[in-house]
Design a protein around this ligand. Structure first.
Ligand SMILES: [Zn+2]
Length: 294
């Protein structure tokens, strides 16, 4: 089961957030028919979105993580909701130069330039939106830059991703944040563990936030909250019909007359909705009603 865990060390003023999105990453890899390289990048995007759940206060809020890059994958977008629902996609799904060749060279895949956009919104609209220009735009660095620069919270991030037989097997992440009253020396010690890749190796076998107490020497580390995360998209037949309904009356008329089956595919989850011609007719009638003078 995918999950997020929040831990705290009050004595040293550190907050730890552990996420496991392996199941969601596998589900979306299948739905989008991603090759191994884009499946790994998408998994990283899902880890970033899951860690951004820490910004959300209400169930109705959501945060999206969007990275546009000049590398061959072109970009990705992932989203998390206050209910812990995750979804997302990469712009390019099959990369013949990378697929089937082991762990991809992220630098070559993502390119030399990118732009990160984070949008935090609720049902009324955006609460926060921020953009960061990036060199070497990998997902982990982008997320760390966001917290360090935009939120001004000293933050370290590490991901562990493992593919087995060219398919996602494990996708886990850890983030440590320095609280305002933190012990700086301890935080520096923690950063060293991140830089020496000890955190990455610990993530391989870890199953929760408490598995990091001895690595960081946080004997008072306690688990604050553990919540499940899951794949869930907000798309529906009704929403897809509404999208189709944005076509001009002439175009809708043509669909109805020629009885062309219409398919609307959701970018976020790969679901395809087959829209019935009679529903297109109803849409056209609604449109005609709306345009009548009162
Ligand atoms: Zn969808």
């Amino acid at each position: 089961m995918d999950k997020i865990e929040y831990g705290i060390s009050n004595r040293f003023g550190l907050r730890l957030i552990y996420v496991d999105v392996s199941k969601t990453a596998k589900t979306l890899e299948e739905r989008h028919l991603n090759g191994p390289a884009s499946a790994e990048v998408l998994g990283h995007g899902l880890l970033a979105a899951a860690l951004l759940l820490s910004k959300i206060k209400e169930k109705t809020e959501r945060v999206s993580f969007q990275l546009k890059v000049d590398g061959p994958i072109k970009g990705l977008m992932t989203e998390v909701s206050g209910a812990g629902d995750l979804r997302g996609y990469t712009d390019i799904k099959i990369l013949n130069d990378f697929d089937g060749k082991g762990s991809p060279d992220m630098r070559a895949l993502m390119g030399d330039k990118g732009q990160l956009t984070i949008i935090h919104s609720n049902e009324k609209g955006a609460i926060y939106s921020g953009q960061i220009e990036m060199k070497t735009p990998d997902v982990r660095t982008a997320l760390a830059r966001y917290f360090n620069q935009s939120e001004q919270i000293p933050t370290a991030v590490e991901f562990y991703s493992h593919l087995k037989d060219f398919h996602v097997s494990d996708m886990k992440g850890l983030m440590v944040q320095k609280l305002p009253d933190a012990d700086t020396e301890k935080f520096v010690h923690v950063l060293e563990k991140f830089n020496s890749s000890e955190v990455a190796s610990q993530l391989e076998s870890a199953s929760g936030v408490k598995d990091f107490d001895s690595l960081f020497g946080l004997d008072d580390l306690s688990l604050l909250e553990s919540r499940s995360l899951q794949f869930k998209c907000r798309c529906s037949y009704e929403k897809s019909l509404n999208i189709l309904g944005m076509l001009s009356p002439c175009e809708l008329q043509e669909i109805i007359q020629k009885k062309v089956p219409q398919r609307v595919t959701c970018h976020f989850c790969g679901e395809t909705y087959k829209i019935k011609t009679e529903d297109v007719s109803t849409k056209l009638l609604e449109k005609a009603d709306e345009s009548k003078p009162v």
